[in-house]
Design a protein around this ligand. Sequence first.
Ligand SMILES: NC(=O)c1ccc[n+]([C@@H]2O[C@H](COP(=O)([O-])OP(=O)(O)OC[C@H]3O[C@@H](n4cnc5c(N)ncnc54)[C@H](OP(=O)(O)O)[C@@H]3O)[C@@H](O)[C@H]2O)c1
Length: 210
Amino acid sequence: MKVTVIGAGNMGSAFVKQLSRAGHQVSVTARDAAKAAQLAAAHPGVRAVPVAGAADDADAVVLATGYADAAAALAAVGKLQGKVVVDITNPLTPDYMGLTLGHSTSAAEEIAKAVPGAEVVKAFNTLFAQVLAEGADFGNGRKASVFVASDSERAKHTAGALAETLGYAVVDAGGLKNARYLEPLAGLNIYLGYGAGLGTAIAPTWLRKA
Ligand SMILES: NC(=O)c1ccc[n+]([C@@H]2O[C@H](COP(=O)([O-])OP(=O)(O)OC[C@H]3O[C@@H](n4cnc5c(N)ncnc54)[C@H](OP(=O)(O)O)[C@@H]3O)[C@@H](O)[C@H]2O)c1
């Protein structure tokens, strides 16, 4: 799949590494072009591309900026009509221990409003960057879940296919509105990892009895 990653920070770097390893055609763009170029150079076959038009030939766009930067980052990329936008953001308070919105909306729904015509899917927001960077193997055949929520079946299928190629178990979490549950779930994961001291080698997983 042709994937454009917007952002070259913790999550952007982890996506570039794992998506390119999984055989996807990966492009990366960032506000700081040098940072994108450096990241691309570290992974064979990855291209650093200018922000404007970065998603023109992409099958999926991974939005790996902070929530506060998301709308501006997507606007700078340009036309996203009909594109699948994978929203991995969590709208965190500055101390990372709370969310700036929720209950009656979500980051994903607000981002969808900012890019009408794009097909937004919430996914990957419950995985720490360290987990994503190191790979999906939790030992003993255990797989972490990637929850996908969208009003577009195509967008859910696309994000789910990406997650599967990275080795995750995909959980269809319903419509985009259910990002209102997935963002607090990431908040709990952050509390457990940092607040409760479990560290970042953890991830929420949904199981069904055999
Ligand atoms: N870190 C985690 O473990 C984790 C886990 C799950 C979800 N998330 C979510 O994933 C997102 C990224 O987190 P992160 O830890 O990777 O943050 P980060 O390390 O701060 O990276 C954010 C990146 O976005 C770039 N950016 C900002 N505005 C941009 C724009 N207009 N165009 C292009 N790039 C732009 C920043 O560029 P500059 O360097 O130029 O500022 C930076 O490279 C956040 O929404 C976070 O809530 C993070």
